[in-house]
Ligand binder design. Structure first.
Ligand code: SF4
Ligand code: SF4
Length: 221
């Protein structure tokens, strides 16, 4: 899932200055799951925007609305009427959602209300961690299912680096060394011979340049 966090309020409130009608647009996808951009957060931001206007003695209407996914343009039409009324939108979608909103409503400013941070998961309640940098050339099959690109501080494809101590990374003892984890995993599977193979430099052309896309003809109408 995409992990994001709420932006601090002051710059958002500053961007809203002078806007009498604002749409606060949420998303029920990843950003809702990580507590950054779902219906609850829409309500919080909308209330902040209303109170800020009240403090300044201004009249402001804040419209609250949340769709299933902002990263899929097919889910955006419910915003159409609301955006006709609004002078600006604060989108709590991830960076993808904000861009689709801005594309659909090019005549009005769409401000991101969250910072999109990484693709990861939630190993414990209230905790999210990065697990994939979407490099386009997955090596998990060779590394025991542990990603060296996102989990090694130096993104080493051949590790460890020599700074690992007692299974911890040299950049911080609170962080496990990804290559130690890979060693342990491969050892448990009887596949340590994988470490004798030098992985060549990554072919970053596989990651794509410019706008990356994936086309699946079997899923097209
Ligand atoms: S190797 Fe690349 S695609 Fe695979 S998990 Fe790591 S970053 Fe993601
Ligand atoms: S100590 Fe391990 S995780 Fe840290 S940079 Fe070196 S190889 Fe990567």
């Amino acid at each position: 899932m995409i992990v994001a966090r709420r932006k601090p309020a002051p710059p958002l409130l500053a961007a809203a200055t002078g806007k009498s009608t604002i749409l606060v647009a949420g998303c029920k996808g990843c950003v809702a799951v990580c507590g950054a951009g779902g219906e609850r957060e829409v309500g919080l931001l909308a209330t902040q925007l209303e109170l800020a206007a009240k403090r300044l003695g201004q009249k402001r209407t804040v419209i609250r609305a949340t769709v299933a996914r902002q990263c899929d343009p097919g889910f955006l039409p419910p915003f159409d009427n609301l955006m006709e009324q609004a002078q600006a939108c604060f989108s709590l979608g991830c960076g993808v959602g904000v861009q689709y909103m801005a594309e659909r409503y090019p005549g009005k400013p769409v401000f991101p209300a969250v910072d999109t941070v990484f693709a990861g998961g939630s190993p414990a309640a209230g905790h999210w961690e990065e697990r994939c940098r979407m490099c386009g050339e997955c090596v998990l099959g060779e590394t025991g299912g542990i990603c060296p690109v996102s989990r090694c501080a130096k993104e080493l494809l051949n590790g460890p680096c020599g700074g690992s101590v007692n299974g911890r990374c040299e950049i911080g003892r609170d962080q496990p060394c990804a290559w130690n984890l890979i060693y342990e995993r491969l050892s448990g599977q009887g596949r340590l011979k994988n470490l004798n193979v030098i992985t060549p430099p990554k072919d970053w052309s596989r990651a794509g340049a410019g706008v990356r896309s994936v086309a699946r003809e079997d899923l097209m109408p």
